[in-house]
Design a protein around this ligand. Sequence first.
Ligand code: HSE
Length: 289
Amino acid sequence: MKVKVKVPATSANLGPGFDVAGLALTLYNTFTFELSNQGINITGCPKQFCNEENMTYQAFKRAAKVCGLDYHGVNIECSGDVPYTRGLGSSSTCIVAGIVGAFAFKDKVEDRQAILELATAIEGHPDNVAPAIFGGLTVSVMEEDKVLTLNIPVKHDYRFVTLIPPFTLSTEQSRSVLPQVLPRSDAIKNVSHLALMVASLINGYDEGLKLGFKDRLHQPYRGDLISGFNEIMAVLEKDEKVLGAYLSGAGPTIMAVIRGEDKMGVVRIKEELGDLIKDWQVTKLELDN
Ligand code: HSE
């Protein structure tokens, strides 16, 4: 029996929702699992990841223990379009696929809560794994080892102009620059922006998004790690058709949110940003429900 798992890319944080909010995008990685008697065989990913340390295999191994799957070996074939270490949830695709792959051999894929809690335990925060599992836009709350995830109904049809730089930024490095303590005024701003963003998405209040996507918790610190970040954000801010812009996950990808009807959005944004995004890959994605 072969098990095929397709997992979407995700964009976490959505500005003020650090470690809480995330959304699934129409960009995917696919993983195929087959039990074997010939050890661990991983193909399709860069050579340095094709070994037992592979994140998908590590998640599979941990999930096999949880669901009582006895195996001698497994073949894992990886493919897909989610770029590595760019803030689009590539590691979450591996973690979620590894767990779903193991659970599938025990007929337990319907237990999404168990998948969510194990994936969160492996990843350390739920904002990428939750939308990768449930689709759409999610908010998640961690309480010890419990995780509560809700899907937020998004009223309008948005597009996500995804600005992917040619360089990588690891989550570890990007988390290392964050302060341990924040000024209360910044904490209040973030709480109010997150509330405004969620309420605006539900009610289709586009006027609330520009402010709602603003963040004081991580972007001011991480911006320095990304060449041109402040200049790019300033240009996106001035574009009246860009409803909101934020650093996707731990970066370095930057996301600009536009309406579905804004057909010229990508061309316009590329023109406005010019050399600031020279060699960056620009692609327009949709919310994956
Ligand atoms: N919330 C996480 C972060 C997402 O921003 O560090 C990346 O894993």
